[in-house]
Design a protein around this ligand. Sequence first.
Ligand SMILES: [Zn+2]
Length: 261
Amino acid sequence: MVSVRLMQGLTGGEASPRYVALREIRGEEELADLSPAALVEKLVVADGSAPLDALSLSDQDRLLEEVYRNLYGAEVGCHAVCVACGKAFEMSFSLDDWIRSLVADDDPGVRSVGDGTFDLPQQDGLERVRFRLPTEVDVARAAAGDEAEAARALRSLCVLEGDSEDPRLDAAMARVGPLLDDEIEAECAHCGASQTVAFRLADYLLASLRRERPLVLREVHCLARSYHWSRPDILSMPRSFRREHVRLVLAETEQGDRSWL
Ligand SMILES: [Zn+2]
């Protein structure tokens, strides 16, 4: 289990940071077609420190980032198809550098209040605004109407005090609650064409898990055959526990093989 500090730590000077405990992923999640929100819901250990329905979309991305780091480390390596020559090329980058680049540079003076809400100060004729970050429920509630209407509805749901049309609001929200979803500048390794590639960490994590499914199935098969554990039992084990036992079985098999020589 890991304890994850939620995103607004990036702004610094926070009164009381919020933490969420995550448990390790299990085979049943590795093999299921879960949405990012459903995966977070499965992995969050309910200890009351930050209620699940209060997690913002940015919190959700932050938690999935932690899941990604625990499984695959701090680097991302993915393939994109070049818009100019049509060939696949590889791009890789560090999660830390990328996330730093997502936090808006211009600081509109936003400060965390400490209970998941934020303050924009009274400034240049603009009044003080207190807001929180949007959650999945907010986005669903605001979704009616066109994009501009939905954005307006979302802001009015999230602003707790002050003007929900304050011009500083979008930059403030992006600063304290960046979403790990971006257009990344890349250069094709074959023809050198510059282009932007859409990258969302949550989707990339789910795709990485999908790619590993054949391996998970082989591990289930290996353990079922060796220990006679049932499939549901194996799939409800933490991933590291399952893998450790697969390694034991393989080590023994290799030893057995060598004894034949
Ligand atoms: Zn190209």
